[in-house]
Design a protein around this ligand. Structure first.
Ligand SMILES: [Ca+2]
Ligand SMILES: [Ca+2]
Ligand SMILES: [Ca+2]
Length: 362
């Protein structure tokens, strides 16, 4: 073997060894990458499982909020893709903390676990019926042709070009977000008994002039010399009962609509879809004798004349006034609405992802 040949052989050997090392390292890298991808997918799956568990428990809490203060309970479920397990801890009589775990592939032998901590409340704040405008989002008032008589509260932003039109105190309280969920089934029952449920068809009929909203705030009165509730006593104080108008879609009132009255609960089809929200939009000229509750946006666009809301407004997302619109607080109406003693329904107030950092090297 001459020197030239052996040098070539050594060189070939070096190239071969280098290529083997390269191949092995690429192979192992692709294995670890695919493991990373798999673990990432498992972590997502575990998160969704935890979320599903939290949702299930929130719906259970809507029908039964009573959890013994001394014991937490667990809801366990086995799904095809893994398990979830939710611990319910009472914080106060009206609040709960859920700790939801998602496990993949199973609780007993998991490779990934994700934890979501969810706060749930079930109450109507004591000052809920005290405001002309109660917005759990923002308040946006344009122009100077408006007036707001009464107290105002908002959770996020207050954007008012000409603040002088507001005569009551203005309070910012981020804790009023999200807007308290009324017990919508109870609201529906009262409204239905009064013949005041408006679905999408009926709202269409109102728009076409074939149907109408109540024209008075009061469903029955204590000063009409009638025994409205047929209990043998005429005109006692419990005969002050508001019209409760349950609107199963967006509420849109337009044109010269005259006077409409009642406690308008605008929530879309929230009974079948708990996450649904609906908006209330009022354009034109007229008066609302009463109050409007919407989990979405409340918008008033006052036309050439004036648009009045004599009662109060709750908005889950935004309350916006444009043009010549007046909103005035009405104590008698609010007392009557509060006197219905409508309860609250359980709702999520906030949640956080308790995930530990995803490990970089599997
Ligand atoms: Ca009466
Ligand atoms: Ca009576
Ligand atoms: Ca009575």
């Amino acid at each position: 073997m001459n020197k030239k040949k052996s040098a070539a052989l050594i060189l070939a050997l070096i190239v071969l060894v280098t290529m083997v090392i390269l191949c092995v390292s690429m192979f192992s890298r692709s294995i670890s990458e695919s493991r990373l991808v798999m673990r990432n997918a498992q972590a997502k799956q575990a998160f969704w499982l935890a979320e599903a568990g939290a949702n299930q428990v929130v719906y259970q809490l809507r029908s039964n909020f009573s959890v013994s203060p001394s014991t937490a309970y667990w809801v366990n479920s086995t799904l095809a893709q893994g398990d979830y397990s939710v611990q319910v801890s009472p914080i106060t009589a009206q609040t709960r903390t859920l700790t939801a775990h998602g496990y993949v592939p199973s609780k007993s032998n998991f490779e990934e676990e994700r934890v979501i901590v969810v706060s749930v409340k079930k109450y109507i704040p004591a000052n809920f019926y005290d405001y002309a405008i109660y917005s759990s989002g923002n308040i946006d008032i344009n122009g100077d042709a408006y007036s707001v008589e009464g107290k105002v509260i908002y959770a996020t932003t207050y954007d008012v070009e000409h603040p002088g039109g507001v005569t009551g105190t203005v309070t910012n309280d981020p804790l009023i977000n999200p807007l308290s969920r009324l017990d919508f089934e109870a609201v529906y029952a009262i409204s239905d008994a009064q013949g005041n449920v408006y679905d999408a068809d009926r709202i269409q009929d109102v728009r076409r002039g074939r149907d109408s909203f109540p024209t008075d705030f009061w469903y029955t009165r204590a000063d009409d010399s009638l025994d409205n509730d047929a209990d043998g006593i005429t005109d006692e104080s419990d005969e002050w009962v508001p019209n409760v108008v349950y609107v199963e879609t967006d509420l849109q009132v337009t044109g010269s609509f005259g006077t409409i009255g009642g406690f308008y609960v605008v929530v879309g089809d929230v009974l079948t879809d708990p996450e649904d929200t609906a908006d209330a939009t009022v354009n034109g000229v007229g008066t609302i004798e009463g109050a409007v509750y919407t989990r979405g946006n409340f918008r008033v666009n006052g036309g050439g004349g004036r648009l009045n809301v004599n009662g109060g407004v709750w908005a889950g997302n935004e309350a916006r006034l444009n043009g010549s619109a007046d909103v005035a607080y009405n104590q008698d109406y609010m007392d009557a609405i509060s006197g219905l003693s409508i309860g609250a329904s359980a709702q999520i107030t906030n949640w956080r992802d308790n995930q530990s950092l995803f490990p970089i090297t599997p």
